[in-house]
Ligand binder design. Structure first.
Ligand SMILES: NC(=O)C1=CN([C@@H]2O[C@H](COP(=O)(O)OP(=O)(O)OC[C@H]3O[C@@H](n4cnc5c(N)ncnc54)[C@H](OP(=O)(O)O)[C@@H]3O)[C@@H](O)[C@H]2O)C=CC1
Ligand SMILES: O=C(CO)COP(=O)(O)O
Length: 328
């Protein structure tokens, strides 16, 4: 299967960074954005100021308003927009093609993973999931980054990983799409929680406890949904959880910090907060945990903070006063 040309749908920070990585890997890349001025800027000045500041983009990357045929499609819009973005594409572009899903989130209403959305919208596309510890600014700047690329056919997945790999971008092939998707979506919910704990100045010990208990909770969710616990030890699990829960560069962590400082969701959004996928994913994850009867008190706590504006001290007091239990 040819893997030479790549079309990236979504001209935001992650779409541009993945387009840059693919171009650095030697692929011919088209970045599909929906703003004509942005497309012109990328093609003329080789920057995408709104999303990546002064970062100079690779000459092998051009932008376009309309997607054209490519060997590989990468979808890089927010999780809640994936269905609409796929629906806007000519189905012929997706038929029989590898489609790499890179959003980290679960869909509100349907509770769907990104793969499930793709299966609905383009059942004959070949699904892949890309996730792992990788800030767009780092990938675009060529700083060393390693990610997980999960697909069903081991040979094809390795070929696709090789087609995207460059000196600074290292995809590891894997086969657990469900585990990678759930871990990628849930780490954003825990990043909100860790940011909130830090915003409320509850201490580094509290944050570490949250991270460890979040990891255990994530493992319960992944296995209940049919994923593999082994995925949790890798880049898409522990790697991304650690990055997002401990870095002020994370938008989810930043959103959580604002919550911890006492701002409401509405105030944070009104102040122009960047995309924080955990906000939309938390209620979905809570609903999934309840329907699967998975014990997920941290997801429930984040959902309660977001939906009822309960202050962090009250939520933490509730978590700390739960009946004592064994760690295993
Ligand atoms: N940024 C990062 O470091 C990383 C992000 N991700 C994931 O990537 C996904 C995308 O996030 P990110 O790029 O950061 O978000 P941004 O907010 O930076 O960009 C979102 C992009 O999606 C476009 N978009 C939104 N809705 C639609 C739609 N209905 N149809 C077409 N395009 C649409 C926006 O267009 P417009 O500009 O016109 O509004 C914009 O180009 C998220 O799930 C995120 O978790 C994963 C790893 C790293
Ligand atoms: O997924 C990411 C890093 O791996 C980006 O995290 P944020 O969306 O929280 O910025």
């Amino acid at each position: 299967m040819p893997l030479e040309t790549v079309s990236v749908i979504g001209g935001g920070s992650w779409g541009t960074a993945l387009a840059q990585a693919a171009a650095m890997a030697g692929r011919s890349v088209s970045l599909v954005a929906r703003d004509a001025a942005q497309v012109a800027e990328i093609n003329t000045h080789h920057t995408n100021q709104r999303y990546l500041g002064e970062q100079v983009l690779h000459p092998g990357l051009s932008a376009s308003l309309v997607a054209s045929a490519a060997d590989v499609i990468i979808l890089a819009v927010p999780a809640q927009a994936s269905r609409t973005a796929l629906g806007a594409l000519d189905p012929a572009l997706l038929a029989g093609k590898p489609v790499i899903l890179s959003a980290k989130g679960l869909e509100a209403g349907t509770l769907d993973r990104q793969s499930e959305i793709l299966a609905d919208m383009a059942p004959d596309a070949i699904p892949y999931v890309l996730s792992g510890p990788s800030f767009a600014a780092d990938v675009a700047a060529g700083r060393p980054t390693a990610v997980t690329l999960a697909g069903d056919d081991a040979t094809l997945t390795s070929a696709l990983a090789a087609a995207l790999a460059g000196p600074s971008f290292r995809p590891y092939a894997a086969d657990d799409r469900i585990g990678v998707e759930i871990a990628g979506a849930l780490k954003n919910v825990y990043a909100l929680a860790c940011g909130a704990v830090d915003g409320a100045n509850l201490g580094a010990s509290a944050r570490a406890a949250l991270l460890a208990r979040g990891y255990a909770e994530m493992a319960r969710m992944v296995t209940a949904m049919g994923g593999s616990a082994t995925t949790l030890t890798g880049l898409a699990g522990l790697g991304d959880l650690t990055l997002t829960c401990t870095s002020v560069q994370s938008r989810n962590y930043q959103f959580g910090m604002a919550l911890g400082r006492g701002q409401t969701v509405e105030q944070i959004i009104a102040s122009g907060a960047k995309l924080a996928e955990g906000v939309a994913t938390a209620p979905v994850a809570d609903a999934l945990a309840k329907s699967l009867e998975v014990d997920a008190p941290l997801i429930a706590a984040v959902h309660a903070v977001l939906s009822q504006n309960i202050d962090i001290a009250t939520i933490v007091a509730g978590l700390m006063s739960r009946p004592l239990k064994r760690e295993d």
